[in-house]
Write a protein that binds this ligand. Structure first.
Ligand code: GDP
Ligand code: MG
Length: 177
């Protein structure tokens, strides 16, 4: 029997991209399991994690993909991006070079996904205020230029981690409904 309309299932693939060691894996583990690892190694071996959320009373499954460290070799494959409807582009607010890479990650995203992908620029490690290397205004202005949402997060102390995923998930939901 066909499902009722309001029983429709939503499954959103979201990719997390950005330079090595910006905290992608920890953002995901904080979001999906409320865990943080101070000594996380590049390769975790898990392709994605699924988290269920409610949007407008509907159950939405966010399938969030993590790289296995391929970004170190600039070799994130097209399979990684295939079917993605959302993306978090992450940099580390304490390392300017990771912010400079954002444009390159956006180009890569654009070559693999169409422009309707919901995109969020994420300045992670905002707990490291004392060694901040990228201002909030710098983050905001790149986000504005590129038409991205923008948020600063800390996977360490949990600041805005759930919010960052929720905003993307809600935007995807709005795009299709
Ligand atoms: P990835 O290579 O982008 O997946 O980065 P990881 O998640 O493996 O994190 C790289 C390093 O940064 C690890 O030592 C983490 O403990 C650390 N890290 C990740 N997120 C944060 C954060 O929000 N604040 C701080 N201070 N360190 C973080
Ligand atoms: Mg990682």
């Amino acid at each position: 029997m066909a499902k009722e309309d309001d029983e429709q299932e939503y499954l959103f693939k979201i990719v997390v991209i950005g330079d090595s060691a910006v905290g992608k894996s920890n953002l995901l583990s904080r979001f999906a399991r409320d865990e943080f690892d101070l000594h996380s190694k590049a390769t975790v071996g898990v392709e994605f994690q699924t988290q269920v959320m409610e949007v407008d009373g509907k159950e939405v499954k966010a399938q969030v993909w993590d790289t296995a460290g391929q970004e170190r070799f600039r070799a994130v494959t097209s399979a990684y991006y295939r079917g993605a409807v959302g993306a978090l582009i992450v940099y580390d607010i304490s390392r300017r070079t990771t912010f400079d890479s954002v444009k390159r990650w956006l180009e890569e995203l654009n070559t693999h996904c169409d422009t309707t992908v919901a995109r969020m620029l994420v300045g992670n490690k905002c707990d490291l205020e004392n060694i901040r290397d990228v201002s909030i205004d710098d983050g905001k202005s790149v986000a504005e230029e590129e038409g991205l949402f923008f948020i600063e997060t800390s996977a360490l102390d949990s600041t805005n981690v759930i919010a960052s995923f929720e905003i993307v998930i809600r935007e995807i939901y709005n795009n299709i409904s």
